[in-house]
Design a protein around this ligand. Structure first.
Ligand code: GCW
Length: 675
């Protein structure tokens, strides 16, 4: 049986004991609202009244969920709607919530808003029905809140079924065929509860079978879209840039060739004939071996615009990924810096993309590391819609075997102000026509995410995409309240102790101070300090006997710091002002370099690695203590994974410390044993 994640029955208890009136017509999303309250009331003894038109008798209702496009609204709802400032439309997804007198009222101008309002009431629980509540208006910070699945239909010989997936097989496909979509329905429900409204159903590395989802296997996509639609979710597809050749039999995929453009138009017309609300395409082009416009001497604007032209009449978009770099670099070549690549390729193209192209940029310049500076591309594209891409799947953050709550990392990215304290935040750039996208961490594992506590990352992604300025620890608390409902305080405090700073703990026993990688090549799990040092992938740390780190300054390094606007171009340029947590990303410094903590770099490395393991052992101890308060299967799974986390953290500690001791010859000032 599948774990209910953050929607156990208990999460709807407060609603389920009440008299609920839904007035909102009869569309698929409103039916979802009605189904939710009906199910809750059937379980907990409440009553539901559902009206499809006109003014229902709302007398005696405890909860009113009302769509404002009705001819006439129940009095309470009309009053709430009238209070909302006229210049501030709720939009398709917004809602207002108030409790003027004896009833809690949610009003929305569109069905999705009503659904999101319902889940808001569920999060509040009993508090939603307590006393008087002033009017609150909620709207998403960005219109696009999307999860990308790196799922293959077939099991790929190297990457498995889900590329970088740590939760079993795909929820969409099994053994080359679509699955029973029951799981997808449950997934849609979980996503609606956190406000996600778009899902791309296949890997951005598009292999032969998956390419056909665009044409002869389109029916599979349509079936998924049918299941997700009632949850306010649009379905997207990753497509191969070479589709006109591999599917259409054309001799070229040149984006300026009229036959190619014609092929895309007709393929897209077929898609919309089958899936009228299809979201659009995700494209990884000229990246890690995927085909792209460079093969035809064209720019990425030419490439993206060709697909965008085909989609624009139908309201579709192209998510064009900016993850373009030379993955066949000669490690001896010190003039090439992978961190520079996305900016160098895309900044000159700002202003050249069609309106329905969204440039999808990884949050950092390298690749979803535990700590990276924010990508300078985000600030370099004022005339382009930009979506920021996060990685919920924990490729580089413990692969769902380690507890690593990523909310604080994402909050720090979304709040970062590329133009300094008076400028806009990353969240606001993404909110402007772009959005927030993340690689999903879900698979067919009974806990959805392999590690049961990794569910919190999926939850936090949705909530932060809706409101990037939420405190990530409050979001974690929300997740705890719902998932472990009714959550005793001993359990709540233990979960906070284990999870609140688990990202910083993970960082402390892995690669130090932003230098990144140091993982085993290929799998990216566990320590491999020099694993990538002499490879073509462009991810180097340059440790030698004197020091470590990458000189990315304008003065003496790769010049990457120059890709930032002021003040960051200067803050990062100088060792004196560069934040310590990013020191080795920007600078090569000696082991004796003294950090703001007063410790020399080498001692910081030793201390954090010893300390990190101690903290993981403590996490395991805390988890063992709360066994009585957690469902047995869930408790056992986490306990087993914590054993692995302790083992792996020790391995990281010992390899990193031994490596730097042997390079530097400097002993630990505290005399601990280093191998
Ligand atoms: O992080 C890297 C992964 C690849 C992935 C690529 C990408 C889908 O190691 O597995 O490919 O990023 O984002 O395209």
């Amino acid at each position: 049986k599948t774990d209910p994640a953050w929607l156990p029955d208990q999460a709807f208890r407060a609603i389920g004991t009440r008299r609920v009136v839904v007035c909102g017509g009869d569309g698929p999303v409103v039916r979802t609202v009605v189904d939710e309250v009906t199910r809750a009331c059937a379980r907990y003894g409440g009553r539901v009244w559902h009206g499809t038109a006109g003014s229902p008798d709302a007398d005696g209702a405890d909860l009113l969920l009302v769509l404002t496009d009705l001819d006439c609204l129940p009095g309470e709802a009309a009053a709430v709607r009238a209070e909302i400032a006229p210049g501030q439309p709720l939009g398709k997804e917004g809602y207002a919530l108030a409790r003027p007198a004896g009833a809690t009222v949610v009003v929305a101008d569109g069905p999705a808003g009503l659904l999101y309002g319902l889940f808001h009431v569920a999060r509040l629980g009993e508090a939603a029905f307590d006393g008087w509540r002033p009017l609150e208006v909620h709207r998403p910070a960005s219109a696009r809140r999307m999860l990308d699945h790196w799922d293959n239909i077939d099991v790929h010989p190297v990457m498995g079924q889900v590329e970088r997936g740590y939760a079993g097989g795909s929820i969409f496909w099994r053994a080359g065929e679509p699955r029973d979509l029951h799981r997808v329905r449950e997934y849609g429900r979980l996503l609606a509860a956190i406000g996600v409204n778009a899902v791309a159903v296949n890997n951005v590395n598009v292999h032969a079978t998956e390419a056909r989802l665009l044409t002869d296997r389109l029916g599979d996509v349509a079936a998924i879209a049918d299941v997700l639609r009632p949850f306010g979710i649009r379905t997207h597809l990753s497509v191969s840039f070479a589709s006109p050749m591999v599917l259409g039999g054309l001799p070229t995929a040149d984006p300026l060739d009229p036959r190619v453009r014609e092929w895309w138009s007709s393929a897209v017309a077929d898609v919309y004939a089958t899936i009228p609300d299809f979201g659009g395409f995700v494209v990884k082009a000229d990246s890690e071996g995927q085909p792209g416009p460079f093969g035809y001497g064209r720019t990425h604007a030419d490439g993206a615009n060709a697909l965008a032209a085909a989609l624009s009449d139908h309201g579709g978009v192209v998510h064009w990924r900016a993850f373009v770099y030379n993955h066949r670099q000669d490690w001896r070549d010190r003039t090439t810096d992978r961190a520079r690549a996305a900016y160098d390729h895309f900044a000159p193209l700002d202003g050249q993309f069609a309106d329905n192209v969204i440039l999808q940029v990884k949050y950092g310049p390298i690749d979803f590391q535990t700590r990276e500076p924010v990508s300078p591309v985000i600030a370099a594209m004022p005339s382009t819609s930009v979506a920021v891409e996060l990685q919920v799947t924990q490729e580089y953050t413990g692969q769902q075997r380690h507890v690593c709550y990523l909310g604080p990392l994402w909050a720090s990215i979304l709040r970062f102000r590329p133009w300094g304290p008076d400028g806009r935040a990353v969240a606001s750039v993404a909110g402007d026509g772009g959005g927030l996208v993340a690689v999903s961490n879900v698979g067919d594992d009974p806990f959805w995410t392999g590690h049961p506590l990794a569910q919190a990352n999926l939850y936090a992604f949705g909530r932060l995409a809706w409101d990037p300025f939420l405190d990530p620890l409050d979001v974690l608390d929300e997740w705890i309240s719902l998932t472990f409902a009714p959550c005793p305080s001993v359990l709540r405090s233990a979960l906070h102790e284990i999870m609140d700073s688990s990202w910083q703990v993970y960082e402390s026993y892995t690669a130090p101070l932003g230098v990144g990688f140091m993982v085993n090549p290929g799998s990216h799990y566990g320590p491999g300090v020099d694993g990538y040092e002499y490879t073509p992938w462009g991810t180097y740390h340059f440790a030698d006997r004197d020091g470590v780190g990458v000189d990315r300054t304008r003065a003496s390094g790769t010049g990457y710091t120059g890709q930032y606007p002021a003040p960051w171009r200067d803050v990062y340029e100088s060792v004196a002002s560069c934040p310590d947590e990013l020191l080795l990303f920007f600078h090569h410094v000696p082991y004796s370099h003294v950090l703001r903590s007063g410790l020399p770099l080498i001692q910081h490395i030793y201390d954090t690695h010893f300390d990190g393991v101690t903290k993981v052992v403590e996490m395991r101890r805390r988890w063992a203590e709360i066994a009585d308060f957690v469902n047995a299967a869930r408790h056992a799974r986490v306990a087993q994974l914590l054993d692995e986390q302790v083992r792996c953290a020790q391995e990281w500690r010992d390899q990193i410390n031994a490596y730097f001791f042997r390079k530097s010859g400097i002993p630990d000032a505290r005399g601990r044993h280093i191998h």
